[in-house]
Design a protein around this ligand. Structure first.
Ligand code: SAM
Ligand code: SF4
Length: 324
C-alpha cells in the first residue's frame, strides 16, 4: 500500500498510451495538433506494461488507460488484456472519445476493460463539429450504443464551456431520465486552449443549479461539491448526474492518483510542474529503480494544486499529452 506525505492512499494510476488523437477538441489541442512524439519517444507496450505491473505491485488497484485517444494506438486490445490480468489489479477502465467504439466495444469488454468513460461535449451535430473541429457526433452515439450492447455501464463526460455548450447541460441531464447513464459535467480546466479559459469555465455549483432549476430536484447538498464526482439523481430518473470540480472544488484532499504519460513522464499531480522521466530507467539496466522512482513520486505528491491562485491564463497543460 502506498500512503503519501498527506496521509492519502495512492491506489489509482492514469496511464496515457498515446499523444495522438483522431479529434482536435478546441479545449484540448491547438488547431494543428500538438507536435507528435517520434516513435522512440513513446513507451512501448512492454515498457507501459512494466510500469503498470510495478505500480500494481506497490499498491495501485485501479488503472485508467487514456491518451490522446487510446483506441487509435495499434495493438491496444492485446495490451489491455495483458494489463487486465495483472494480479492485484482490481479495476481496469478506459477513457475514450467514443469514435471507434462501434467497432471495438465488444473486443474491449472481452479484453477485460470493466468500465468506459466516454467524452461527449455536445449532442448537436454542428456544435459537436465546432468543438471537436470536425468530429461526427453520430459516430459517438453509435459507439455509446455499441458499448451499451456489449454490457458496459455507460458514463458520459461533458466539459462545460460558457457560450459554447452550456445551453446543452439540461439536455445532457435529461439523458438520464430514461437511460441508466452516469452523466458527469466537468469544469473546464486550463489547457492548450489559450489564456481565455477562465471566462469559459463554469463552476460546478452553477451547473447543478441549472439542472436543479429545470428538473426541480431537491436535496442537492451544495456543501458537498468538494468530491471528485458527487452523484445526484433527478427524481424518477434511471441514471445519475454528477459534477467534477477540479477548479472550484478541493478534491486534492482525497486525491488518490498518479499519472504517467505516453512518453513515460510520471507526475503526482495533473497541475504539477515537476515530472520524472521513466524512460532512462525503463531502458536502463536496473529495473528495480522503477519501484524507487514510483515511491518517490508518491512521496513528493503535492498536497494541493494552486490553480485558483494562479494569475489568469498562466498555467497551461497539454491535456492530450497528460491524459486529462
Ligand atoms: N481522447 C480521450 C477522450 O477525449 O476521452 C481521452 C483523453 S482526453 C485528454 C481525457 C479527458 O480530458 C476528456 O474527457 C476530455 O474531455 C478532458 N479534457 C481535455 N481537455 C480538458 C480541459 N481543458 N478541461 C477539462 N477537461 C478536459
Ligand atoms: Fe482528442 Fe480527447 Fe483531446 Fe478531444 S479531448 S482532442 S478526443 S484527446
Amino acid at each position: 500500500m502506498m500512503i503519501d506525505a498527506y496521509g492519502r492512499k495512492i491506489n489509482y494510476l492514469r496511464l496515457s498510451v498515446t499523444d495522438r488523437c483522431n479529434l482536435r477538441c478546441r479545449y484540448c489541442m491547438p488547431a494543428d495538433g500538438v507536435p507528435w512524439l517520434p516513435h522512440g519517444g513513446i513507451l512501448s507496450y512492454e515498457e507501459l506494461f512494466l510500469v503498470a505491473r510495478t505500480a500494481v505491485s506497490l499498491g495501485i488497484e485501479k488503472i485508467r488507460v487514456t491518451g490522446g485517444e487510446p483506441l487509435v494506438r495499434k495493438g491496444i486490445l492485446g495490451f489491455l488484456s495483458r494489463i487486465a490480468r495483472i494480479p492485484g489489479l482490481r479495476q481496469l477502465v478506459l477513457t475514450t472519445n467514443g469514435l471507434l467504439l462501434e467497432e471495438m466495444a465488444e473486443s474491449l469488454r472481452n479484453a477485460g476493460v470493466q468500465r468506459l468513460n466516454i467524452s461527449i461535449d455536445s449532442l448537436v451535430p454542428e456544435n459537436f463539429r465546432r468543438i471537436t473541429r470536425g468530429g461526427e457526433v453520430s459516430r459517438v452515439l453509435s459507439g455509446i450504443a455499441a458499448a451499451e450492447a456489449a454490457g458496459f455501464p455507460i458514463k458520459l463526460n461533458m466539459v462545460v464551456m460558457r457560450g459554447v455548450n452550456d445551453h446543452e447541460v439540461v439536455d445532457f441531464a435529461a439523458l438520464t431520465l430514461d437511460k441508466p447513464y452516469a452523466v458527469r459535467f466537468i469544469e473546464f480546466m486550463p489547457s492548450a486552449a489559450g489564456p481565455d479559459w477562465r471566462s469559459l469555465g463554469i463552476p460546478g455549483r452553477e451547473i447543478l443549479e441549472r439542472i436543479s432549476t429545470r428538473f426541480g430536484f431537491a436535496g442537492i447538498d451544495r456543501g458537498e461539491l468538494a468530491g471528485p464526482a458527487n452523484d445526484y439523481r433527478i427524481p424518477g430518473a434511471a441514471g445519475t448526474i454528477g459534477v467534477i470540480t477540479p477548479v472550484t472544488g478541493h478534491f486534492c484532499d482525497v486525491c488518490n492518483r498518479i499519472r504517467v504519460t505516453a512518453s513515460g513522464m510520471a507526475r503526482g499531480c495533473l497541475f504539477s510542474e515537476s515530472e520524472t522521466d521513466l524512460k532512462p530507467i525503463l531502458r536502463g539496466n536496473d529495473p528495480s529503480e522503477l519501484e524507487k522512482v514510483i515511491l518517490r513520486i508518491v512521496g513528493t505528491k503535492p498536497g494541493k494544486h494552486r490553480l485558483r491562485e494562479e494569475p489568469s491564463g498562466s498555467p497551461t497543460l497539454d491535456m492530450s499529452r497528460v491524459g486529462g
